[in-house]
Design a binder for this molecule. Structure first.
Ligand code: FAD
Length: 522
């Protein structure tokens, strides 16, 4: 009997080792006979760039990379998988600025969306509309927001909702939400889309909007790439301002800081003079410099008195707002801003003003990026954690997380963002997941780390999530990263059923965006 037991253990071990090896999912031979074959690359140089992302934490090699020359190439590829007896996974890769492999497809095919730019006549961005009916831009899914900005400005127009950083693709941010300081007023980027062309998981090219194929339209917005590849989005435009009054105010007390933030976002009427155009917030904890790569703002001559406040209070809270203006409003913008900021309780003498062009304001992160790139510090691991949390728990979060975890552990090495937004600017029919309160906060821990210590930040992130769970704070991850189906079901909560039904409808063979690990474990 001992002999038999040993044999059983050995055979069990062998089968376990066998199972832990990645299953080799071969691409069907038929792919080589299709006209996209010459644009499918499986050499190491091609697959390497698709096997990592901005996060620099996950590495997954695809079997091949498609450099599409047209939307038809994407249709052909998805159809080939859909019609194959063993479908292979496909991920659209925008600018690869995900953190946890969300745009990767292990042993499948990554579609390098940026390749399409080389094949577009002009820019892939067309501006249309009129003052009466409203303006919009038809933008190809692979376009970067910086290019959308430059192209629409030629017409004196611009989108209204942005991300802080503009070197992200339209398809990539619409798959998440696209948030920044404009969101409280204009909603996320997904709330400012009129129509899209989408190649579904069945390889069908479908035009969708709120009135046409609306189920697909709402599924795709914030849909984490699960339902189709966005090849065109029609984005709302408004007349572009010329310049921006940009203000930062410092607080030593968190509840005063959030009370002022919430007051300001309650003024969100569409009439210019009644509202700010942008509101964010962040923590200052670094006793070395009050500036960081997201933007240098504070005059050098004020650094020492700001740092002495940081030393005194350990955390200083920075409220950041902006108001746009142009030729017609340049004489009144100052007064309007003064009225809006009247009665705020920031630290006396700690208000800082800048007056910059609209482009300089929107593209404010770029110079920090270029500086980090030149120092080799851009392509390091980024164990980020981005959260949405209900307003009712923001003070508990400050105590339990900012004070008791972040300050105590003292390892934070990047910007920490905190700002509120209004739920009524989001649409429940979309796939994006947000807390169930009229006002909720986004908190972003934008860590940079070394290659050998990113786990310490990851552990801190886990501790933060654990604290929220224990304290009954119903946080939702933004740019979510979950490992098990149970966690994903919890993430979606009551909307999981709809999300799963939509998956069955638009990508029944579970081909698309496997790197999100929602419907598959690799
Ligand atoms: P990728 O990382 O390439 O892809 C993201 C996901 O979308 C993947 O699942 C991919 O398969 C899918 N996808 C890509 N293209 C398409 C398409 N055409 N159709 C369907 N699915 C597609 N986000 C904000 O909201 N606000 C910010 O201010 C902000 N700032 C950032 C700053 C930096 C420095 C970085 C690195 C990220 C920032 N992000 C921000 C996060 C960013 O919006 C997301 O990571 C976004 O997914 C990146 O776009 P991408 O083009 O690189 O997408």
């Amino acid at each position: 009997p001992t002999y038999i037991i040993i044999l059983l253990i050995i055979s069990r071990l062998i089968s376990t080792i066998g199972n832990s090896k990645p299953r080799s999912i071969l691409l069907p031979h038929k792919l080589q006979t299709l006209d996209i074959a010459e644009r499918l690359h499986s050499d190491p140089a091609a697959t390497k760039s698709a096997s990592s992302d901005y996060g620099n934490i996950v590495k997954q090699n695809p079997a091949a990379v498609l450099h599409p020359s047209s939307t038809e190439d994407i249709v052909t590829l998805i159809k080939a998988s859909y019609n194959s007896s063993i479908p292979f996974k496909i991920a659209a890769k925008g600018h690869g600025h995900s953190i946890r492999g969300q745009a990767m497809a292990r042993e499948g095919v990554v579609v390098e969306m940026l390749s399409l730019k080389n094949h577009r006549s002009r820019t892939g961005i067309t501006v249309s509309g009129s003052l009466l009916s409203g303006f919009y831009a038809d933008v190809a899914g692979e376009q970067l927001w910086i290019d959308v900005l430059n192209a629409t400005l030629e017409y004196g127009l611009a989108p209204v909702s942005w991300t802080d950083y503009l070197y992200l693709t339209v398809g990539g941010t619409l798959s998440n939400a696209g948030i920044s300081g404009q969101t409280f007023r204009y909603g996320p980027q997904i709330s400012n889309v009129y129509q899209m062309d989408v190649v579904t998981g069945k390889g069908e090219l479908v035009t969708c909007s709120a009135s046409e194929n609306s189920e697909l339209f709402y599924a795709v917005l914030g849909g984490l790439g699960q339902f189709g590849i966005i090849t065109r989005a029609r984005i709302a435009l408004e007349p572009a301002p010329k310049r921006v009054k940009w203000v930062r105010m410092l607080y030593s007390d968190f509840s005063t800081f959030t009370r002022d933030q919430e007051y300001l976002i309650s003024m969100n009427g569409r009439r210019q003079n009644q509202a700010l155009d942008y509101l964010e917030g962040s923590l200052l904890m670094d006793q070395g410099s009050p500036d960081n790569w997201r933007s240098s703002f504070f005059p050098q001559s004020d650094h020492s008195r700001i740092i002495s406040q940081v030393k005194r209070h350990r955390i200083i809270y920075c409220l950041e707002v902006a108001k746009y203006y142009d030729e017609h409003t340049k004489n009144i913008v100052g007064k309007e801003l003064q009225l809006l900021l009247k009665g705020l309780s920031f630290l006396s003498g700690f208000v800082f003003n800048k007056d910059v062009s609209y482009v300089e304001f929107l593209n404010r992160v770029r110079s920090g990026e270029l500086k980090l790139q030149s120092q080799g510090l851009w392509e390091v691991p980024h164990p980020w954690l981005n959260l949405f949390l209900p307003k009712s728990h923001i003070l508990d979060f400050n105590k339990g997380v900012f004070r008791d975890i972040v300050l105590e552990q003292n390892i934070t090495t990047g910007p920490v963002l905190v700002y509120p937004m209004n739920r009524n600017k989001w649409d429940d029919r979309m796939s994006a997941v947000i807390p169930d309160e009229d006002v909720f906060y986004t908190v972003g821990f934008l860590h940079s780390s070394g290659f050998d210590n990113w786990e310490a930040f990851d552990d801190q992130n886990k501790e933060i999530l654990k604290f929220c769970e224990n304290a009954g704070i119903n946080v939702k991850q933004y740019l979510p990263h979950h490992k098990t189906k149970e966690d994903w079901m919890k993430h979606f909560g009551s909307t999981w059923k709809t999300f799963a039904e939509r998956k069955a409808l638009f990508d029944p063979k579970m081909i698309l965006s496997p790197g999100q690990r929602i419907f598959n474990s690799i």
